[in-house]
Ligand binder design. Structure first.
Ligand SMILES: [Ca+2]
Ligand SMILES: [Ca+2]
Length: 82
């Protein structure tokens, strides 16, 4: 799971500054149609629409600084694991 979280984080972090913004998450969802089906993606983890992605962002951003670090992101994904 750590690897999946890392892969997903890197694919969402479009400007590669090491943090995710709400805009990057929304963009990532829009771009998902272009990915290979076997790639880990927001959709494959159950985030299928903008509301769910916005929720993911709000839940992950534990310190409310409008940025999600890898640590914050990984914590949220772990919590969702089925
Ligand atoms: Ca970024
Ligand atoms: Ca944060």
């Amino acid at each position: 799971m750590a690897t999946e979280a890392r892969k997903l984080f890197d694919s969402v972090d479009l400007n590669q500054d090491g943090v995710l913004t709400r805009g990057e998450l929304i963009n990532a969802l829009r771009l998902e149609g272009r990915q290979e089906p076997e790639d880990v993606s927001l959709t494959s983890l159950g985030f299928r629409n903008l509301d769910e992605v916005a929720d993911l962002f709000d839940t992950s951003d534990a310190d409310h600084n409008k940025e999600v670090t890898f640590e914050e992101f990984e914590k949220t994904l772990k919590g969702r694991r089925r």
